[in-house]
Design a protein around this ligand. Sequence first.
Ligand SMILES: Nc1ncnc2c1ncn2[C@@H]1O[C@H](COP(=O)(O)OP(=O)(O)O)[C@@H](O)[C@H]1O
Ligand SMILES: [Mg+2]
Length: 375
Amino acid sequence: MLLPGSTLGVLGGGQLGRMFCMAARNMGYRTVVLDPDSNSPAAEVADRQIIADYTDETALIEMAELCDAITIEFENVPAESLHFLAARKPVHPSAEAVALARHRIQEKDYAKQAGLTPAAYSLVGRPSDFDAAVAVTGFPAILKTTTLGYDGKGQQVVDDLTQLEEAFKELGQVECVLERKMDLAVEISVLLARNSQGEVACYPPAENEHRNSILHQSIVPARVNSDLAEKAKAQAICLAGALQYVGIMAVEFFITTEGQLVFNEMAPRPHNSGHYTMDAAVTTQFEQQVRVMCGLPPGSARLMSPVVMINLLGNLWPVDWAKCLSNPALKLHLYGKSEARQGRKMGHFNLLADNVDVAITAADQIFQKISLLSR
Ligand SMILES: Nc1ncnc2c1ncn2[C@@H]1O[C@H](COP(=O)(O)OP(=O)(O)O)[C@@H](O)[C@H]1O
Ligand SMILES: [Mg+2]
């Protein structure tokens, strides 16, 4: 067990790394961030930063020497770097789990084996795969690059073969997965923390609304029937167990208009839809990340209040902060990014209320009026 006073390292210095460092510091741990950017959000709050590429051996050796355990904040850390570190210090989650989550086909294959149900899918590596893939998925379908996609990037909806050909070209003729486009009633995510003893804390599902393929808001608890909510939690726990997963992870599901629960993808790290835990759950997702990487029991995942989390993207800037903070039930989190670009995640707020409907209305009212651009 690693106790307060130990040093924890994180690969990646974005907002997730920043909030991890803040949680770790609150709990009395020291933190080290590795990121190529000297100006990263996490570097601002870490005890120490190493500015280097993720494959830089000297930097990785320094990281391993400084830290008692190491984690990640994004899944595209090269697997070799994780293996290199894991040979020297505990790394959670494992390189294997991270590699799986990085690859859409391996991830779906694995989830299927563990008893979850992805949308019908098929590999598309070259044009000669089109017909066989379409025979599996039908149209409409979505073509996604097997790796490196995020926030809707690296994917296109296709309605016929011509569109499929075009999309494959536009995505750079890299290995892709074609999957059936489902009719969605709602999207949910299940966040859980699991330690090496197999102890699990699983949060109630969050209901996620995307705008322009970027998460706009998460509503917790999700407005889905309790059978589906329990089923989603059980499936997420089952997937984590099959992987012998150690860390915090989020599993995204679709609920179709026909009421089917469909596995979408997993994230081997804290998740944007879990930011509500910072104010509305007994234990935040970042504290969980600290706890489980240290071999401690996960903290309680009990929800203390209904909550709505809204992402604050660069598009909103400049923002009327006085107006934003005029609501006494609003909790603001900004990531310390100086430049507000379109679509860039700058921060979020959590709005707490006695029931979700009140929270949804109040959060939306604030969101509608805080951008000084809309005047
Ligand atoms: N098979 C599908 N059917 C319907 N909608 C989908 C499907 N796959 C993805 N989407 C939509 O696109 C969004 C982004 O897809 P996702 O696979 O989660 O990629 P990302 O890595 O960008 O989060 C989903 O949240 C969902 O709204
Ligand atoms: Mg997703």
